[in-house]
Design a protein around this ligand. Sequence first.
Ligand code: HEC
Length: 147
Amino acid sequence: MQRLSSCKIGYPEEWESTVIKMQSKMKFLTPDEAKKIIEYLSITRAKNDDIVDEIEIMDNAMKKGEKLFNDISLGNNGKSCGSCHNDKQNSLRKKAFIYPKYFNKAKKLVNLEQRINYCIMNFMEGEALKLGSDEIIILTMYLYSLL
Ligand code: HEC
């Protein structure tokens, strides 16, 4: 039988033994068909691995966002987001999902990033974060994780 390890794309070793078992027991796959299936599964697996990577990246971003949420360096009055938005006080649970939203104080529709900047400028004596910056991204990621 042709060694499956001649496939160009990597695949886990256990698959090779699975396919060998399938072949010896059922005999309905030619080595070539088995190879094609393995290749196909490897591609699918590669995609799944990418998703796992993405989840890890997002998870890390949320954790970094949580740290920044509790960091007083975003403002100049010794307050962090967490000083006002802990669980008991003005909780931000599920709030991220209601944006964009009409904001009375600004008399316009604002997105979550702009709403965060409003708090930084008005409640923390800080400077607005640049939209699209790492800081604003990880903060919004963290707010989306508050369910
Ligand atoms: C000194 C207190 C204070 C700090 C610090 C503060 N906020 Fe706020 N925040 C408020 C108050 C009060 C409101 C609601 C009242 C209002 O809209 O003026 C609010 C509202 C919000 C809302 C809108 C919630 C809704 O119901 O739509 C978001 C989002 C938010 N804050 C995020 C943040 C983030 C992120 C930070 C840190 C960068 C932060 N806030 C820092 C006091 C604060």
